[in-house]
Design a protein around this ligand. Structure first.
Ligand code: HEC
Ligand SMILES: [Cu+2]
Length: 309
């Protein structure tokens, strides 16, 4: 499951890898089994009534028609639904992560009230530890959904919705914007990387620092292209160009499993294609095509971005 394109299995509620997803899965199985039993029972009763041709008895109608279904629906279903909803409430010990949806990408800030580590388009979670996601939207309504890990939650401009998730299995999963938000809504996905707690802590500390320095002359040239072309107006690379917030943070862009919010594999080739013709790869994206770049400049800037890990 190391590929951005392997969506089968990594984005399925049939393969739960989080507490929320597991309980929704169990509830679905229980409901299917429960209503299966009710169905068989009903058919048996109908067959019985058909053969006996007996007149219906009032107490049968009361129990079978009102008391039993009401108890089942009101008590069992409402009770289990409320229990599931309660699980999505904030947990005081949870790590807080701010996720802001933009057309068509995700801005992510870990521990916003403390270390405030900014990243984008890939959500890293610690295995077995609750994480409270504070969900924001910058423009229109989006919806946050990682089927393998939890239920979905709307992201609404001017409002903060919280969703507490606990991933229970290390690995790579996939999330998808689940509310139509414009032309490239189906291309607004992201990868979720679940790390063991110690590995997560190391990752977070590493990620807090500035971008890696270019180790070769072509990478230095790439950094210059980034500065000359005005990429920094929209993109931040910590330690190199700060403050650009209209597009995803690129400090560790080369470390992401995917490019363009879960859409393509991250490598120098796809990066070059993206920079030259983002509007063709993602119609409606709020980034201009840089198709006037010379071949060497395009190679340099894409190699530089790929080296940012
Ligand atoms: C007007 C603002 C703007 C400018 C200028 C701009 N970008 Fe972007 N860029 C964006 C936006 C917005 C996105 C997110 C698009 C999406 O996925 O919908 C993006 C996405 C990207 C991504 C993908 C990031 C990821 O996580 O997959 C890369 C790489 C990138 N830009 C590189 C560049 C480079 C290099 C330049 C300069 C040559 C540049 N951008 C100039 C706005 C901009
Ligand atoms: Cu969306």
């Amino acid at each position: 499951m190391d590929s951005a394109l392997d969506i089968f299995g990594s984005q399925s509620w049939l393969r739960p890898a989080g507490i929320g997803a597991a309980s929704a899965y169990d509830l679905t199985l229980a409901m299917t089994a429960g209503f299966g039993v009710v169905f068989v029972l009903m058919m048996a009763l109908i067959a019985l009534a058909w053969r006996a041709r007996a007149a219906p008895r009032t107490w049968w109608i009361w129990t079978g028609g009102i008391i039993v279904p009401m108890t089942a629906i009101l008590l069992v279903l409402t009770g289990s639904t409320l229990a599931l909803v309660a699980m999505t409430r904030a947990d005081e010990n949870a790590l807080v992560v701010d996720v802001t949806a933009h057309q068509y990408w995700w801005d992510i800030v870990y521990d916003p009230d403390g270390m405030a580590v900014r990243d984008a388009n890939e959500l890293v979670l610690p295995e077995g530890r609750p994480v409270t996601l504070r969900l924001h939207a910058a423009d229109v309504i989006h919806s946050f959904w990682v089927p393998s890990i939890s239920g979905k939650m709307d992201m609404i401009p001017g409002r903060v919705n919280t969703l507490t998730v606990t991933a229970t299995e290390a690995g790579r999963f996939r999330g998808q914007c689940a509310e139509f938000c414009g032309l490239s809504h189906p291309r607004m996905a992201f990868e979720v990387l679940v790390l063991e707690p110690a590995a997560f802590d190391d990752w977070l500390t590493d990620s807090a620092g500035p971008a890696r320095d270019p180790a070769r002359t072509d990478l230095v040239a790439g950094r210059d292209v980034f500065a000359q072309q005005g990429c920094a107006a929209c993109h931040e690379i910590r330690g190199v160009a700060e403050g650009g917030r209209l597009g995803p943070d690129l400090t560790r862009v080369g470390a992401r499993g995917s490019l363009g919010a879960g859409m393509w594999r991250m490598n120098q080739g796809t990066l070059a294609g993206w920079i030259a013709s983002v509007r063709d790869m993602k119609p409606g994206a709020q980034m201009p095509n840089f198709n006037h770049l010379s071949g060497p400049d395009l190679r340099a800037v894409s190699a530089y971005l790929a080296s940012l890990k």
